[in-house]
Design a protein around this ligand. Sequence first.
Ligand code: PHE
Ligand code: ZN
Length: 851
Amino acid sequence: MRDAAPQTIYLKDYTPFGYLIDSVHLTFKLHPTTTRVLSRIAFRPNPDATDKTFFLHGEQLTLISAKIDGAEITPEVTDEGLIANVPDAPFVWEAEVEISPSTNTALEGLYMSNGMYCTQCEAEGFRKITYYPDRPDVMATFDVRIEGDEKVLLSNGNPGASGDGFAEWSDPWKKPAYLFALVAGDLVNHPGQFTTKSGKDVELNIWVRPGDDGKCAFGMQALKDSMKWDEDVYGREYDLDIFNIVAVDDFNMGAMENKGLNIFNSSCVLASQATSTDADFERIEAIIAHEYFHNWTGNRITCRDWFQLCLKEGLTVFRDAQFTADMRSEPVKRIDDVIALRARQFPEDQGPLSHPVRPEEFQEINNFYTATVYEKGAEVIGMLKTLVGDEAYYQALDLYFERHDGDAATIEDWIKVFEDCTGRDLTQFKRWYSQSGTPKVSVREEWQAESGTFTLHFSQSTAPTPGQDVKDPRVIPIALGLLNPNGDETHPTRIFEMMEAEQSLTFTGLGARPIPSILRGFSAPVMLEQDIDNARRAFLLAHDTDEFNRWEAGRDLARDSLINMILKDAAPDPAYLDGLKRVVTDTSLDAAYRALMLAQPTETELAGALAALGETPDPDKIYAATKALSKAKAGILADDLHALYSDNQPQGPYTPDAEGSGKRALANMAMALLGRLGQLDPAKAQFATADNMTQQIAALATLVREGAGTEAVQDFYDQWKSDRLVIDKWFGLQAGMADPDQAAEVAKALTQHADFDMKNPNRFRATLGAFAGNHAGFHHATGAGYKLLADWLIKLDPVNPQTTARMCTAFQTWKRYDSQRQSLIRAELERILATEGLSRDTHEMVTRILG
Ligand code: PHE
Ligand code: ZN
């Protein structure tokens, strides 16, 4: 157990820091175990602050010396920082500290990855580099000198003097410490160039370890596309002479938007045809865009405090989704995002970790980089745009950039620009930021044949969530249209603004009872409850003009069929199978869309759907039903699969664009279904001859799924053993696809493999994260899965608390399951909690999950 009760930080307690900073000078004398950091910081009293305590954050630092205005002082030092007496006038703070990057396995602050120095300062890592007011509302310009033998020495901003063993950088833009970065290593660069719309030349570089230089071209193009897109769509130009991206192998998250020096998990930037899947290419393009877009939404305008995290993350996710929709296919991107939202955000919002998009309290901020802050935060912006319309949205954004450039802003500031721009009162809309939980919207239809009047009666409610028993109605933009019984659209999409708990919408003068298509494009992150039968869904699947809702109708049919198979031992629903066959063989539809149609809800999603119906999910039954439905799909499509497979082989050289990847997705689905029919020749041939990772790994997956993969798994390893990112896939595929009865054993054996390294977050996640996603394996009735994960979380916690805490979310849905599984999980959670010296990160997560 922890000795001190962890401290909770509240939004309501915000007060500004007592001092402002005019400039920061840092000198780094690099050494793996004894790096010296010298700081010289010009402070002056903040006229807007009443509390004048001079407290500087600092953790795991050895203070060598401290001076104020040149005079040596002895501050009061604790584990969390120091306090000094300072003059009530401008003064210069100087300090020298010593740190040890090579033993820093938490990957926060200055650390080493494969012999290269790098930093991660968001959210509170800068305090592990030197003493500083490490909070986002303290902004300053930074001048940095790096002394070291490495070939490449990088920091934020523009380059200054450099020479043998040193380099200087200065960043003219004020920034909070969380955007500081430093990289030093024997790196090579993939260069590029961009001319901004006002004619400024910008030098671009992607820095990687020697040997990875062949995997940079795609990322470089994505960067240029992002720079151009932000100019075209948001009028935002880049503001330094140079933009550097660095790839590191050991990184807790995806990537980081440090000013002018973005640092990326190598898995989120390195791409090549042979080693990356189509999904990897799309993700890399989106993450490069995301980090680049932060330059305006995050860096030029940052957050006042960490409660406002969604101000930069929700908006930047929304912007990168717009970018991907423009670069690829809008409906496909929307469907992918909704699948991800339901898979990651809904369980969070409906379980013990539920929190508002803008949380009001936390113990460890690292635990709030969540799907709710990011993805629901982006949904809230999408709703705002829907409500005010495109034109007003971009006007409000212009005002936001104009009014708040250089600020550390709040959600109140953000809402205010929309109010000022549109004259709308957004008080009620703001509940989306303060109320947690997923609203449920129910619709009842009323048809009066004599008068031709059709009424939709809507009601909304949100179940209580931790700390919030009562919910007030929200503003919900519901996009909807009407079709007539012939399948023609009579009323195109309009937005119904629901504001009350119950509200109706009436259409008059109709000749026949219409078929409504509701929540088109998933216009709000809610659960829609509609009393419709499968005939109606099949109708929408065939006729809806809204591509999202068309897909949704098919998905609903699949889900209902699976639920009936699970609960009532029913056979697969023929209405679903017929509708599916029609859509999948309709060559007028694009391949990516047909591939999405052919996919089915995951086992985890089904467990959530059952729980929402008040049923206890049985992982074995879910597993069996999922398998049976895919066999039934293979059966009904038996005559079409060969053609689907061969007609969708992209012609010509490999391109990871929407068209090529759509075809590969559809062909690979056909290959997988042929596998379900025992026809493995296509998979075997494709595995042997594929010239790209998308096809190679899909073939491998098919062979493994059919229990015929042993040899291919070994061949794959032999082929790729020197490529870390591909070997991550190798770990993930085996842990994720193992037969439920053997999964814990398989995963355990993988953790004993020579290439398993718990210090590398990618490898840890590839193995144990994928295992936790193997629903029936992880939830095996013996509890072996729970024990395996808990064992590894306990081992990882002292090494890397952030990644440990994040992976505790595998247990967040535990109350869905039967009492036996619940007690097995509870015992593991309590075992974790009882671990001596448990980190604040993991302690907070496990405590909240236990509820
Ligand atoms: N700010 C980063 C992003 O979303 C995420 C991140 C958070 C990375 C914390 C590292 C640490 O783009
Ligand atoms: Zn971000």
